[in-house]
Write a protein that binds this ligand. Structure first.
Ligand code: P53
Length: 483
């Protein structure tokens, strides 16, 4: 039985990616290494509890991995070679009927060795060519200015977000790409999943209060800097009338485990600190009372510059985007947990999870869209949503990914329900239109794409692209809106 869904005519359907997961060509045309390209692949024995090098923080370990040492493989240096194959990929997106492409710009292509030098012309030219190609194929572009993509030169100089040099370098990079590309790119996101660092450290706090407090303190201060930098990008971008700057939050919708008021309250506190806090600051331009209380109770002090409050207040985000993969539960007594890339969440007996423990919850997307619309009344955009699965090409050179068709269809249905509820949702970019290297585990085997890419975890393969069954399904969906 097919069902026809309703969507506005101008709804922006498309796909999302990130430079460090697709481009490859890590040392081509002047590019230097980024942080993500320093993390080697490790075989995975326990997928549910795995995040490969995400916790590599010590400088020595990075230094050891600069060179391609025997036995070490660095998947993000190779990506899916989008750098050389972007025309083919964009043509496939267009053929499916997509209207928007979300991508990020590698800082290390633009300023390979530091921000005191002239921007790298070859890097700018690459992105200009990609944007021109999108335009030619009728695709709008949404750019994430920094998608987990710090240059290695920043690590080498030991710079942190609290350092003026890093802040100024980021702004120089952000302002430059806006100046260069505003005619091609209408939607800008200064930071990917801006909440991630603080959310992850805060969840560690509940496990080990004493030893983690310093890290939590540092991550809220880093976050404050990013809030202010984002506001400065918004302020700067106002000189271009046709562009808009929004936020990107890893949404963490959670339900109370039951109707015990203790658990309902615990869940409210959890959602406040894991999600609403971020939107509240970026929409209202000030820190909400519940966060100030939490900071006070834990002795967390935010080091603000005198002008920060004014900058935040005067430059709210212009639209909201968020990634939505799963939901969780909360109970005061703890309870059984599952984890998605460091975001811990309580298990929900009513939901099935992916192999990585991510709990699939399409209704939670409608719930989230309603929550955010009711609270903020800003246009909403789902900038990531999708399912990672171990897949192989079959004898017909395709993948019969019925589970992905099911996942996407059910989420689309809930988006259309939210639109009927009166929520202003203006677009959706799935993670991902094409297989990429996993952000957290560095695997190629954790595939999200509508299009299969013939590389394995060690970059063996032709790199050729093959349409999965879901590609044809999505193409048909965009024509008929039928699931
Ligand atoms: P991978 C945490 C929680 C939810 C999504 O993730 C997250 C993270 C951080 O890793 O990341 C987003 O590839 C991210 C993408 C990433 C995608 O989710 O680890 O913005 O770069 O690829 C999926 O399975």
């Amino acid at each position: 039985m097919t069902k026809k869904l309703e969507f506005p005519q101008n709804f922006l359907w498309g796909g999302a990616t990130a430079a460090n997961q697709i481009e490859g060509a890590y040392n081509v045309d002047g590019k230097t290494l980024s942080l993500m390209e320093m993390i080697p692949f490790r075989e995975i024995s326990d997928r549910k509890n795995h995040s490969s090098g995400a916790h590599l923080t010590n400088k020595q370990t990075f230094a050891d991995s600069i060179e391609n040492k025997a036995g070490l493989h660095f998947p993000k240096r190779f990506g899916i070679d989008f750098y050389h194959r972007y025309k083919e990929d964009i043509a496939l997106f267009k053929e499916a009927g997509m209207k928007i492409f979300r991508m990020s710009i590698a800082w290390t292509r633009i300023f390979p060795n530091g921000s005191n030098e002239e921007p790298n012309k070859a890097g700018l030219e690459f992105y200009r060519n990609v944007f021109k190609e999108c335009k030619k194929q009728g695709l709008e572009v949404m750019v994430t200015i920094n998608h987990f993509d710090l240059p290695y030169w920043i690590i080498e100089k030991n710079l942190n977000w609290k350092d003026n040099e890093l802040q100024n370098s980021y702004l120089k990079f952000a302002f430059l790409v806006i100046d260069e590309f505003n005619e091609y790119v209408k939607y800008w996101l200064p930071f990917n999943e801006i909440n991630l660092g603080a959310v992850i450290t805060t969840s560690l706090l509940s496990e080990n209060k004493n030893s983690m407090l310093q890290n939590v303190l540092a991550s809220y201060n880093d976050l404050h800097v990013q809030f202010v930098l984002q506001a400065k990008v918004i302020q700067y971008a106002k000189k271009y009338k046709d562009i808009k700057v929004g936020c990107m939050v890893a949404d963490s919708t959670s339900y109370p485990i039951d109707c015990n008021p203790e658990n309902v309250m615990e869940n409210l506190k959890m959602e406040q600190m894991k999600k609403f806090f971020y939107y509240d600051v970026m929409v209202n331009g000030e820190y909400p009372g519940y966060a100030l209380r939490m900071f006070k109770e834990y002795g967390i002090k935010i080091n603000k510059n005198p002008e920060d409050d004014k900058i935040l207040k005067e430059n709210p985000i212009q639209f909201i985007t968020f990634s939505y993969y799963m939901s969780g539960t909360t109970s005061k007594s703890g309870g059984e947990l599952t984890e998605a890339n460091g975001l811990k969440a309580g298990k929900n007996p009513f939901l099935k999870a992916t192999e990585w423990g991510w709990q699939i919850d399409p209704i939670g997307l409608r719930y989230t869209l309603n929550q955010l619309w009711d609270r903020y009344h800003l246009p909403l955009f789902i900038s990531e949503n999708g399912i990672g699965v171990l897949e192989k090409l079959d004898a017909n050179n395709t993948v019969e990914d019925n589970y992905r068709i099911d996942y996407l269809g059910k989420h689309f249905e809930q988006i259309s329900e939210a639109i009927k509820d009166g929520v202003d949702v203006f677009g959706y970019t799935m993670w991902t239109p094409i297989d990429v290297v996993s952000a957290s585990t560095n695997e190629m085997s954790k595939r999200y794409g509508l299009i299969f890419v013939d590389y394995d975890d060690y970059h063996n393969g032709t790199g050729n692209r093959f349409k999965k069954k879901s590609y044809n399904w999505f193409k048909n969906f965009l024509k008929t809106k039928e699931i």
